[in-house]
Ligand binder design. Structure first.
Ligand SMILES: [Zn+2]
Length: 343
């Protein structure tokens, strides 16, 4: 897959505008045409913010996943929507998000919706000259929101059932012309310290076999971002060397929020694939300056060559207020540009 030195990219999600959050809580007031218009408008807002920032690679900001029925889970048959949160008060944490119940065979006869998202992105941003990226969660990450039952007794059984569904979605994305597909597996990085990492690699490689070599396959390995809070054991060392065998063209690692701990790992990753480095802390309201970014880029260049390096925020921006997300992206691009000029 082709490379672009010091490429600037994003993970996928972007904060919803206030009007979209409000509308998502009042969907019954809208007709189907209103809803289509809303989806187009929401994606346009995210696209325009990313273009204005000057990014090389853009997404639709995952702006149309604003309702359960429009999320990946809404496309999967055999599950019912999670009941109300088991804990509604107190500090935000992952336990406030319940699990969807499995009530039948897991199937997705209409796909997962990512193809429609990509087609919308292409229609709205195809003329921008920007590289378009679409993201889908990997089956292990997707399984985390589903409660095991007698038919699917543990998380791996659910993952096995979801794997062909995601694999088919990737095949359909390639057929639709997607050139860059991010298969998000943050649950693998969160729990790799206590799980069989070889088993993770096998699951990932079987998932992407429908796209690897036909599109640029990326993966995003962060340590969680529930309302700005991580959940994983925030070290990459337990994932390697097994994860060097992931069949992908770009591995993304979260660095800014971890004060660039284990930065040397990007040198090892870059021997095999492109490495995307998180240099924007999506959990902090300190806005990185272009100078901060340029220093981080230069630190990365001590370990990996420019041709292998991609720069992005640590995670999707959906949990970061839009005013901050917009400025952080603009400063990221400006900072990378400062270093590009000095190469
Ligand atoms: Zn993430």
């Amino acid at each position: 897959m082709e490379s672009q030195p010091l490429r600037t990219s994003v993970i996928g999600s972007y904060p919803f505008p206030g009007w979209l959050e409000f509308s998502a809580q009042h969907l019954s007031s809208f007709g189907s045409a209103d809803l289509s218009e809303m989806q187009d408008d929401a994606a346009t807002v995210a696209i325009q913010d990313q273009i204005a920032a000057g990014l090389d690679v853009i997404t639709d900001g995952e702006q149309t996943r604003f309702d359960f029925n429009l999320s990946f889970y809404g496309f999967i048959e055999g599950i019912t929507l999670e009941p109300a949160s088991p804990r509604r008060f107190g500090p935000p944490a992952h336990d406030q998000r319940g699990k969807h119940e499995i009530t039948g065979e897991l199937r997705a006869p209409r796909g997962l919706g990512a193809v429609e998202e990509f087609q919308r992105l292409k229609r709205l941003a195809g003329a921008s000259g920007k590289r378009l990226k679409v993201s889908v969660p990997g089956p292990y990450t997707l399984s985390g929101r589903l409660a095991p039952n007698t038919q699917y007794p543990d998380r791996y059984a659910i993952t096995q059932a979801l794997l062909p569904i995601v694999r088919q979605e990737i095949a359909d994305l390639v057929a639709a012309g997607a050139e860059e597909i991010c298969v998000d597996e943050p649950s693998m990085s969160c729990y790799g310290f206590r799980e069989d990492t070889r088993r993770f690699v096998d699951l990932f490689n079987r998932t992407v076999e429908s796209g690897y070599g036909r599109a640029r396959i990326c993966t995003h390995l962060c340590f969680g971002n529930f309302k700005g809070h991580p959940v994983g054991y925030r070290k990459y060392a337990p994932l390697f060397p097994a994860f060097f065998d992931l069949h992908c063209d770009e591995i993304h690692v979260e660095m800014a929020n971890r004060e660039y701990a284990e930065l040397e790992i990007i040198g090892e990753i870059a021997k095999r694939t492109d490495v995307a480095v998180g240099i924007i802390d999506v959990k902090s309201y300190y806005i990185e300056t272009p100078q901060n970014i340029a220093e981080a880029v230069k630190a990365c260049l001590k370990y990996a060559p420019a041709e292998r390096l991609v720069f992005a925020p640590d995670c999707g921006l959906s949990q970061t207020a839009r005013w901050a997300a917009r400025q952080k992206l603009a400063n990221m691009v400006a900072g990378v540009q400062l270093v590009r000029q000095s190469l």
